[in-house]
Design a protein. Structure first.
Length: 320
């Protein structure tokens, strides 16, 4: 069973049918919709064979732009913990789908929650006459986003050498890797920042550099080992893996493409068609000019993403 659903999101309107709870797709029963994008929807589902929960991404069989089969092909080559593992895929009369582990929250959601909690904490401290702590415009919250007490998730960021030998057909053994740094994130995102020195920063430099290092390693592997350019790098496409030694996972390969030919290992000539690809907020100058995108453009988007995180969740052109 399905119903019509209309959503206006930023500059994009979505008018697409969604599936209602309890619909059965192969061995998977839909629980609820947990995500919606320009070309597909993501549902929380239960596999009747093992009663485990998974995430299912679907695409209408008659979608104007069909990307899911292409995404599955790319992910089958990306068998490493940096990317979602496909647990199943198939086709129904009205949709195509693939199934992966439940991931998240997205880095964008964590940053929004930190920003909200930070603002609340500032107001609380400034309005408390009995509190000796006062935040000036030079105050900030430290990178100890949380203390490692019961009820919190310690998401470790591993160094590159601890990932071991990785390739496109095997998942690295990181079970015994030692942590160099960590991001401490509450399981319910009830973050407890404490004042330090710069109110303009959401997180301290240690955590900022840890996020930067881990996301760069993901992009380096994507570009150099898989020959793929993602073309839609942004905080909402980096999902956390709670209680995992691989704490960040890059998702949504609907716009991704190969720039290295698998057969010849040579660069694929760029397309001469001019069209915009990506998300406006994080798009590179080349994307705005409609040029074919390359790894450098993923790095442009990565830089804008990190700038946004460092600048209190804002970009200078965020409201354009």
């Amino acid at each position: 069973m399905h119903t019509k659903f209309y959503l206006k999101n930023n500059h994009m309107s979505i008018n697409r049918e969604i599936f209602l709870p309890n619909r059965q797709i192969s061995s998977y029963k839909i629980i609820k919709m947990i995500g919606r994008g320009a070309y597909g929807d993501v549902y929380l589902v239960t596999d009747s064979r093992n009663l485990k929960n998974y995430a299912m991404k679907t695409e209408s069989i008659d979608a104007a732009k069909q990307t899911l089969s292409h995404e599955v092909d790319l992910l089958f080559d990306a068998k490493i913990a940096y990317f979602p593992a496909i647990r199943g895929y198939g086709e129904e009369p009205d949709c195509r789908y693939y199934v992966m582990d439940v991931l998240g929250p997205a880095l964008s959601k964590v940053i929004r929650q930190i920003r909200k909690n930070k603002a609340n904490k500032v107001a609380q401290i400034q309005n408390n006459d009995n509190n000796n702590l006062r935040l000036s415009t030079k105050d900030k919250f430290s990178s100890n986003l949380l203390t490692s007490t019961p009820g919190y998730l310690n998401v470790s960021l591993k160094s590159e050498e601890n990932l071991g030998s990785v390739n496109a057909t095997s998942t690295p053994d990181i079970s015994n890797a030692e942590s160099n740094s960590s991001i401490l994130i509450s399981s319910d995102l009830s973050l407890e920042p404490k004042p330090t020195s710069n109110l303009n920063s959401l997180i301290d430099l240690k955590t900022f550099y840890a996020i930067a290092e881990e996301t760069l390693k993901i992009l380096e592997y994507l570009h150099t080992q898989l020959g793929i350019v993602h073309r839609d790098i942004k905080p909402s496409n980096f999902l956390l893996r709670p209680r995992s030694n691989a704490p960040l996972c890059l998702v949504d390969f609907g716009l991704a493409k190969r720039y290295i030919d698998k057969a010849t290992n040579l660069p694929i000539p760029p397309s001469t068609k001019k069209r915009f690809t990506g998300t406006l907020r994080y798009a590179s100058p080349n994307a705005h000019m409609g040029l074919d995108l390359a790894p450098r453009d993923d790095l442009y988007s990565w830089f804008y993403m990190m700038l946004e995180i460092r600048r209190n969740g804002k970009l200078p052109w965020g409201k354009v």
